[in-house]
Design a protein around this ligand. Structure first.
Ligand code: ZN
Length: 465
């Protein structure tokens, strides 16, 4: 685009949103373009902050006509470098679209604008004695629009599913400005293609989500948590089946910390105090949530007792008070906080069959050590849904070896028919490995959809593929 055309477009866009609706030059805050993955820090040509869907539509229509690339953003907490603008892009922020429009107790739904923070949605649901079950570390700053467009996962997927499973209706805007109004509360709606799913998890490349109708659940009134020391991954896998069978729908988390991570936490995260010795191969956090405090606690103890009789577990600590529960979760969350003590670490988010995970952990270590005998690594994750995170440090030059480490991890994932991304998405960081988990014909269909919905390629270009 010629400089004068760009000036005309920018003036037009400013006019569409009014003075509160944009920021430019030095007025754009770092938080609106700083990449949390440290990949880049490129200020956008303009930061647009529309106040409603009509403005989003007008913005996209104008950018479409001018072939101007646009990068939508939520709370900028993503871990695959998808939202921070690239050179020459205009950023589209939802920080002024933060309204909770309605909570409907009869359909158990909440209707919200895209810019509402996840934690605010959780609190609103809670104040109505209901639960919005999506939960992740960035809850205070991530927004529901970002959660939806990346199909975020988190700690309670085992019971409630990914973000994709927590949505009933969506309003989105296509690249050319067309508004797709799918905002309804119908849990059953088999009227052709489920169009909302095109916008969920497509990382802002097929359209921009402006509002959503979220599915709420009954608020559980009981919570019990245990930490189990387990030897051998086969026992972890059998413990999962045992817990699923015994606890049924009360099972709300099944998180596993490998011994290597447990030791890193003990050594490097002072505010997390590990409740048992570091002699076991695996540490499994099991959580139950239900609606009959006494019965649920009894059932939980019975199920764990059964696990111990079957010799699946070596040691069990049951947390029955809020502070003990918090302690155990703090240890689990500390897995993501060992970096300052260790040094630069690469983080991986992959998915594979539960029965391949024991082999995966051993093989990752073997292949890494073949190249870097002193490598420090840790595995942990949401094993109940087949999702493992890996943190890796291979020495002071860890940054330089990024691609080689990627290749080791993703090659192994490909061999095991896993997914190179479980809950973080593809963004820019994983796009060169997309073909390790998606076939040629799948990628061709993805590209055909992109071509149909965004023929000029203005929406988050270069992300995903
Ligand atoms: Zn996770």
């Amino acid at each position: 685009m010629a400089a004068s055309e760009l000036e005309i477009l920018i003036d037009h866009l400013k006019g569409l949103v009014g003075s509160a609706g944009f920021r430019e030059g030095g007025d754009i805050e770092l938080k609106n373009y700083q990449d949390v993955m440290g990949a880049r820090s490129v200020a956008p040509l303009l930061l647009l902050r529309p106040s409603d869907t009509q403005q989003v539509s007008a913005i996209l229509k104008a950018c479409f006509e001018a072939n101007q690339p646009i990068a939508p953003q939520g709370g900028m907490t993503g871990l695959v470098s998808g939202a921070a603008p690239l050179e020459g892009e205009i950023s589209l922020s939802f920080e002024r679209m933060k309204k909770i429009i309605e909570v409907d107790r009869f359909t158990s739904t909440m209707t919200v604008e895209a810019g509402v923070e996840l934690q605010k949605i959780q609190e609103e649901a809670d104040s109505h004695e209901m639960l919005f079950p999506l939960d992740l570390g960035a809850r205070g700053s991530c927004t529901i629009g970002g959660n939806l467009s990346t199909n975020a996962g988190g700690n309670r997927v085992i019971r409630y599913g990914m973000t994709r499973d927590l949505v009933i209706g969506i309003e989105a805007v296509l690249a050319d400005g067309t508004i797709i109004d799918g905002l309804h509360k119908l849990r059953k709606n088999n009227t052709g293609y489920d169009l909302k799913q095109l916008f969920i998890g497509s990382e802002g490349t097929l359209g921009v989500i402006t509002q959503a109708v979220l599915k709420l659940s009954p608020k559980p009134s009981s919570q019990v948590v245990a930490l189990c020391g387990v030897n051998g991954f086969e026992n972890v896998a059998n413990l999962l089946v045992h817990a699923q069978t015994g606890l049924g729908s009360n099972l709300s988390a099944f998180e596993v910390i490998w011994n290597n991570t447990y030791r890193l936490i003990d050594e490097h995260v002072p505010h997390a105090s590990v409740p048992m010795s570091d002699q076991y191969d695996f540490y499994v956090l099991i959580e139950s949530m239900g609606s009959h405090a006494e019965k649920d606690a009894d059932l939980f103890v019975d199920v764990l007792h059964g696990a111990s009789e079957k010799q699946l577990v070596e040691e069990i600590i049951i947390a029955d008070s809020d502070s003990k529960i918090k302690n155990i979760w703090t240890v689990r969350d500390a897995a993501a906080e060992v970096y300052p003590g260790v040094g630069t670490m690469h983080t991986y988010d992959v998915s594979l069959n539960v029965d391949d995970m024991g082999y995966f952990g051993e093989e990752v270590e073997k292949r890494l050590r073949a190249q870097w005998p002193e490598a420090i690594l840790g595995l942990f994750g949401h094993i109940g849904d087949g999702n493992v995170h890996i943190i890796i440090h291979v020495g002071p030059e860890t940054e330089r070896y990024h691609l080689q480490i990627d290749e080791i991890i993703y090659r192994l994932i490909q061999e095991l028919n896993g997914a190179v991304s479980a809950e973080h998405g593809i963004g820019l960081m994983k796009k060169q490995f997309l073909s390790y988990s998606k076939s040629e014909s799948e990628i061709a269909l993805m590209k055909a959809l992109k071509q149909t919905m965004d023929p000029r390629g203005i929406l988050n270009p270069g992300r995903v593929f």
